[in-house]
Design a protein around this ligand. Structure first.
Ligand code: COA
Length: 320
């Protein structure tokens, strides 16, 4: 027995900010952003927040799975931009979808968050601790980026993607997860509250800071490594995979991973031109778009992979 994805959904805010919009207040241009990243625009939240977006994506995934919300026995919300410290995002999603009993918790592994969540769901299902798990990645990156920092803010967008994962005979074949906290300062952002009645921890990074070139180097080295580990576990070769659904951070990173794996770029779907980097939401948004366009056929081999702050990485190989 393993874990199959039986439903997908996503939600992105209606408000769109183009590269030209950013050039109105930043020293940048549409040409520079397109050429260096592949991004043309991003959806930006103007007041809904991470929980509401997560709930909308989740309701769509549950409808797509054709199950009752009460059938879900675990909700994992992957986010590093929760609206509230308490209660957790997953419990608030639970309320919105109409489930009143299941376990709920949040997981923060930055842009690897959705893949971490799916792999965790698989562990629960394999161990017999859960049968049906809702995994949702939702992010309001727009509230943690510095809109005066042209080297980071141009990359990010807001949105949510969700899947329903359930016990089945075919599905997940191998998983990889890892982190190297020694490089934690390459992408960082402090929590908003840093003081109590007796003292304060100095705030170093009130908004996200990032060493773009170091992240780029990490991603093009680590993602192929993780995928090779994933393929080896399953006894498969890179060219046997039909779809590589990678974290949508930068088109040049995706192209470099494709080259290093020796797989044509056509097997690496890309939607970052519309969304930018939506962190934990990027993989499930793309997965849902492909599912709804009927680009995923039963029996297709799918690899998903994420990487991000931590520095974390994660990958999953499954039969659709
Ligand atoms: N518009 C115009 N110029 C910009 C700019 C912008 N938005 N952002 C940076 N620049 C400038 C820099 O100041 C620099 O100018 P200089 O040569 O005069 O110093 C020049 O462009 C080149 O900067 P550099 O950082 O070398 O560009 P790059 O090709 O590495 O691209 C990133 C920068 C951020 C797009 C790229 O490094 C990247 O995508 N890294 C990965 C980031 C990522 O994916 N993070 C999330 C991971 S989950």
């Amino acid at each position: 027995m393993t874990t199959r994805i039986i439903g997908t959904g996503h939600y992105a805010p209606e408000h769109v900010v183009t590269n030209d919009d950013l050039a109105q207040f930043l020293d940048t241009s549409d040409a520079w952003i397109r050429e260096r990243t592949g991004i043309h625009m991003r959806h930006i939240d103007i007041g809904e927040g991470t929980t509401a977006m997560a709930a909308k994506a989740s309701i769509r995934a549950i409808e797509n799975a054709g199950i009752s919300p009460e059938a879900i026995d675990l909700i994992i919300a992957a986010t590093s931009t929760a609206d509230e410290v308490l209660p957790n995002t997953a419990s608030m999603v639970q309320k919105e979808i109409g489930n009143s009993h299941c376990a709920c918790y949040d997981l923060n592994a930055a842009c690897s968050g959705f893949v971490y969540g799916l792999n965790t769901a698989h562990a629960f299902i394999k161990s017999g601790m859960a049968d049906t798990v809702l995994v949702v990645g939702s992010e309001t990156m727009s509230k943690i980026v510095d809109w005066n920092d042209r080297s980071t803010c141009i990359l990010f967008g807001d949105g949510a993607g969700a899947v329903v994962a359930a016990r089945d005979e075919e599905g997940i074949e191998s998983v990889v997860m890892g982190s190297d906290g020694r490089s934690g300062d390459i992408i960082a952002c402090d929590a908003r509250t840093m003081e109590n009645k007796w003292g304060a921890r100095p705030v170093k990074n009130p908004f996200m800071i990032m060493n773009g070139q170091e992240v780029f180097k990490f991603a093009v080295r680590k993602v192929p490594e993780a995928i090779h580990e994933l393929l080896d576990q399953a006894g498969m070769k890179a060219d046997q995979i039909d779809h590589y659904i990678l974290h949508q951070a930068n088109e040049r990173i995706i192209a470099s991973v494709a080259k290093r794996l020796g797989v044509p770029m056509e097997r690496f779907p890309v939607n970052l031109f519309e969304y930018g980097n939506t962190s934990a939401a990027s993989v499930p948004i793309l997965l849902d778009e492909m599912n709804r366009r009927q680009l995923l056929k039963r029996g297709d081999k799918v690899v998903m992979a994420g990487f991000g702050a931590g520095l974390t990485w994660g990958a999953t190989l499954l039969t659709w």
